[in-house]
Design a protein around this ligand. Structure first.
Ligand code: NAD
Length: 369
C-alpha cells in the first residue's frame, strides 16, 4: 500500500555536466547579479581566482578563507567584506566549507548564493546552515541560505584527492541511507536516495583506480547531487547526530567520521528499517547486508574504518553516548545507552558492524521513530 506523505520541492536551479562552469557568467547575469563575492578555501584560491577572472566585472572580490564548520570569526569577516564591497551576491566554489561560508553571508545579508561544488558533501542542496563559536557548532534551517543556482562541473572534481573523494562520497551515501528511513521520507526522496547511493557505490572504485576518469567523476557527482537533495528534503537521524557530535565536540574530520560511523549506525537501525535495507541492498548490488557491504566497500577503497585511527580517545566514548541520548530525535530504532555504547565501541575499534545490530535494552522515552 502506498503510504501517506508530504513533499515540498525546494526552489533552485541545477546545471550539470562537464564544462558547466563556462555557464557561470550567464547564470550570475540571469540572477541579476553584478557584483559577486567569490568564496573558496585557502587551498582552492587558484580556482577561486580563475572563477573571478571568468566573471570579469561581475566579480567584486575573492575571499579565500573558508574553513570547516564555518568559524564565526570567518563568517564575520566575510559578511563585513560583502558589505564593504557592496556585493549583491556570492559565488561559493568548493566543498561544504566554502558553501557554508556563502550561507553564513546569506543568513545575515540575504544575498543570493550561487554554488559550484567540488566535493560530494551536498551542502549546496540544503537550507541547512552552521556556525561554530567557542568550539560549539550551531545549525539551523533557513530558506534564505539555499543556493539559487548550483553548477555541477565534474571537471572541477578531478583534483579532489583520492582519500577525500572516497570519504566525501561515503558522506553523501550517508544522506541517502538516513533519507530512506527518515520520518519525513517520501517516494520521490526514496528514489533519489537509492539511485544516489547506487551511482556513488559504482563510481568510487573507478575513481580510486583513476581519479581523472571524467565519466566516473560525473557519475559520482550525479550521485552526490541526488544524495544532497535527499539531505535537503528529510530529517536526519542517529548517524548524522553521532557525526555532528564527534565533529563538533571532538573536532574529528567531517567526511572521514561519516565514513567510519555509517556501517555501524546502519547496522544498528537495519532491524527497524526493512524498506531502507531493501533499497540499499538493490543499490549496492543485491547484497544481503547493506551495513556490512558499506564496511567492506570502505575497506576496498582504502578508507579509514575506525574512530581510533581518526585520533579519538576511547575515554571520549561515554561523553558522546550521553550527548547522543540527551535530546530525543527521530530514529527508526529506539535509542538505548547500551546499544549506542556498543555501536561506538565497535566503530572505535573498526570491528565488522554485524554485532551492532543485535537486540539491545531500550531506554524508556527515547523512541521518536
Ligand atoms: P571541505 O569543504 O572542508 O573541503 C575539504 C578540503 O578539500 C578543503 O581543503 C578544500 O579546499 C579541498 N577541496 C575541495 N574540493 C577540492 C577539489 N576538487 N580539489 C582539490 N581540493 C579540494 O569539505 P567538505 O567535506 O566538502 O565539507 C565539510 C563541511 O561542510 C563541514 O563543515 C560540514 O559540516 C559541512 N556540510 C554542511 C552541509 C549542509 O547541508 N549545511 C552538508 C554537508 C556538509
Amino acid at each position: 500500500m502506498t503510504r501517506s506523505f508530504r513533499y515540498s520541492a525546494l526552489p533552485m536551479r541545477v546545471v550539470f555536466g562537464a564544462g558547466a562552469l563556462l555557464g557561470l557568467p550567464a547564470e550570475v547575469e540571469a540572477l541579476g547579479l553584478s557584483r559577486v563575492l567569490v568564496l573558496c578555501s585557502p587551498e582552492q584560491e587558484k580556482v577561486g581566482r580563475q572563477v573571478a577572472a571568468a566573471l570579469g566585472e561581475r566579480a567584486a572580490g575573492v575571499l579565500a578563507e573558508a574553513r570547516m564548520h564555518v568559524p564565526v570569526e570567518v563568517a564575520t569577516r566575510a559578511r563585513d567584506l560583502a558589505r564593504e564591497l557592496g556585493a549583491d551576491g556570492c559565488v561559493a566554489v568548493g566543498g561544504g566549507s566554502a558553501i557554508g561560508l556563502g550561507k553564513a553571508i546569506a543568513l545575515e545579508h540575504g544575498l543570493p548564493v550561487v554554488a559550484v561544488p567540488t566535493t560530494y558533501a551536498g551542502s549546496e542542496m540544503t537550507t541547512i546552515w552552521g556556525l561554530t563559536e567557542s568550539g560549539e557548532k550551531r545549525t539551523g534551517r533557513d530558506e534564505r541560505v539555499l543556493p539559487r543556482s548550483v553548477l555541477y562541473d565534474p571537471e572541477l572534481t578531478t583534483s579532489l584527492p583520492t582519500r577525500l573523494s572516497v570519504t566525501s562520497g561515503i558522506n553523501a551515501i550517508a544522506h541517502a541511507v538516513e533519507g530512506l528511513y527518515a520520518p519525513d521520507a517520501s517516494p520521490i526522496v526514496s528514489l533519489m536516495a537509492e539511485e544516489g547511493a547506487r551511482a556513488l557505490a559504482a563510481a568510487l572504485p573507478a575513481i580510486v583506480a583513476d581519479g581523472t576518469d571524467l565519466e566516473a567523476r560525473a557519475q559520482a557527482q550525479y550521485g552526490a547531487w541526488l544524495c544532497g537533495a535527499v539531505l535537503g528534503a528529510t530529517t536526519m537521524s542517529l548517524h548524522h547526530k553521532l557525526c555532528h557530535t564527534l565533529g563538533g565536540t571532538l573536532d574529528l574530520p567531517h567526511a572521514e567520521t561519516h565514513t567510519v560511523v555509517l556501517p555501524y549506525a546502519l547496522a544498528y537501525n537495519q532491524p527497524a528499517a526493512p524498506q531502507a535495507v531493501a533499497a540499499l541492498s538493490r543499490a549496492l548490488g543485491d547484497v544481503p547486508d547493506p551495513a556490512r557491504a558499506l564496511w567492506e566497500l570502505a575497506g576496498r577503497l582504502g578508507a579509514p574504518r575506525s574512530l581510533r585511527e581518526l585520533g579519538m580517545a576511547v575515554d571520549d566514548i561515554s561523553r558522546v553516548v550521553e550527548i547522543a541520548l540527551a535530546s530525543p530525535y527521530a530514529n527508526p530504532r529506539p535509542l538505548s545507552r547500551e546499544g549506542i555504547d556498543r555501536l561506538l565501541r565497535a566503530a572505535w575499534r573498526g570491528d565488522p558492524p554485524g554485532a551492532v545490530g543485535g537486540t539491545s535494552r531500550v531506554l524508556p522515552g527515547t523512541s521518536a521513530g
